[in-house]
Design a protein around this ligand. Structure first.
Ligand code: SF4
Length: 446
């Protein structure tokens, strides 16, 4: 079957359902031992021409860095332009390889913007930090604030000029979903579950006009272009749903109506899915009325205005004046897509070559990935998962120090880094003499 290539205005990909925390307000509920199959990523990218905005979701996305890298390489291999990226993490892991991957996403966005948007003096990729967003959840329910705050500061410093790293506080006003069902203060939005199933996914092509209030923001690069205007999400099993399909606990998400599996033709499935559904604009109005009726305006406004629930503003929110916004808007007019894609492909080819040379030059990269695997294996909550159990090794280092005990774990007695967290060895290896710190290699007695 001929599957048309699509432009996703906004796309979310769930890469893992594993998590290394157990927050009281988690709308996903208990973590699951599931990672995305790369075949689903290939099936999706094979049908993709352009991605406006890509969000990686979980679980905890840093537990599956290989998938992040696979998506990035998939974009480069196929020459798919990407104009924006975001990823929210809990900050419990600090990882140099994660930083390298985010820098590469920023490079891909810069290549895409420079080649597809009107270039010239007006456009400066380095000013566009807001196109690459990393959120670190530090609300009142997230665990281990001291470690995560330390990592937030380190990530912010390491990604200066690459990503807008900011604190996410939305979790301070949780919804009664998943584990948060037990929280008295959580807001009940269960009506939205049935209601959002009636929402149409707006499409723009030469014979389709979307009922979308952002209509003027869309541009056809070429006359056969097929644009998916509303946000769609792919879960770990390769199923696509509308945005709301991704906003519930795992069980509800899995039983939420799907558009299709990405092995099917997404465009044909969308046309079928939309039959009898409410246009998006109308849906938003109806939803607002529903919110007003069910919750009362006061309750809704109270929730919306809760200062405690406000995220740290993005670079764009902070820096953009109205005039600058206008200017940015004008910059979104693309040049011819055919020409742009050719340029992107060429740039990507150079980029891939440069990366490959770098990889060969730096043999330690392979070691880094092993280390990530070892670290992620230590973080697991599901029953019976034994991957975190490391075998004791004989110590080669005779320098032994007593470990420093903290409220939630242990720090290395020599370099003071956190090596054990809530009983789990996160940055150390058990040896016959004690715990060997992964950073400074000194052995800590406990
Ligand atoms: S809220 Fe985020 S960090 Fe906390 S348990 Fe859920 S997925 Fe994990």
């Amino acid at each position: 079957m001929n599957k048309p290539k699509l432009t996703f205005e906004s796309l979310a990909i769930e890469t893992t359902r594993r998590c290394n925390m157990k927050c009281a307000h988690c709308f996903r509920g208990d973590a699951q031992n599931v990672d995305i199959d790369y075949q689903h990523i290939d099936n999706l990218l094979d049908q993709t021409e352009v991605i406006g905005y890509l969000e990686i979701t979980g679980g905890e996305p840093t537990l599956n860095l290989d998938a992040l890298k696979y998506i990035l390489n998939g974009l480069c291999k196929r020459g798919i332009p990407l104009f924006g990226f975001s990823l929210y993490i809990n900050g419990l892991i600090y990882n140099e390889s994660f930083i390298e991957i985010i820098k590469r996403y920023k490079q891909v966005i810069d290549v895409s913007c420079t080649n597809c948007l009107k270039s010239g003096n007006e456009y400066q990729p380095t000013k566009e930090i807001g196109r690459c967003n990393i959120g670190i959840s530090l609300d009142r329910y997230h665990e281990q604030h001291d470690i995560c705050m330390e990592h937030y500061q380190k990530y912010k410093a390491a990604l200066t000029n690459y990503a807008d790293v900011r604190i996410i506080m939305k979790g301070n006003s949780p919804h009664k979903i998943g584990r948060a069902k037990n929280l008295q203060e959580a807001l009940d939005i269960s009506f939205k579950y049935d209601f959002s199933q009636k929402q149409r996914i707006e499409l723009l092509s030469k014979d389709k006009v979307p009922a979308c209030k952002n209509y003027n923001a869309y541009h056809m690069f070429h006359e056969d272009q097929k644009i998916i205007c509303c946000r769609v999400c792919m879960n770990v099993y390769g199923y696509l749903s509308n945005e709301c399909g991704n906003q519930w606990d795992w069980a509800s998400s899995d039983s939420y109506p799907k558009i299709c599996n990405v092995s099917d033709s997404i465009w044909d499935s969308l046309i079928e899915y939309n039959k009898g559904k409410i246009p998006c604009v109308q849906f938003q109005e109806l939803q607002f009325e529903k919110v007003q009726r069910e919750l009362s305006i006061e309750q809704t406004m109270e929730w919306l205005n809760n200062p405690d629930a406000k995220d740290e503003p993005t670079y764009n929110q902070k820096e953009q004046t109205a005039e600058l916004k206008k200017k940015m808007y004008a910059l979104n007019h693309p040049k011819s897509l055919i020409e742009s894609l050719e340029n992107v492909k060429k740039e990507y080819a150079n980029y891939i070559k440069a990366q490959e040379n770098l990889r060969k030059a730096k043999e330690h990269e392979a070691k880094d990935w092993e280390q990530i695997a070892a670290e992620t294996a230590c973080y697991s909550y599901y029953d019976g998962d034994k991957r975190g159990d490391m075998k004791p090794q004989a110590s080669t280092d005779q320098t032994i120090h007593p470990a420093i005990k903290t409220a939630d774990g242990l720090r290395c007695g020599f370099c003071s880094k956190v090596i054990q967290y809530q009983g789990r060895n996160i940055h150390c290896t058990p040896t016959e003499d004690g715990l060997q710190c992964q950073y400074c290699k000194h052995v800590n007695t406990v």
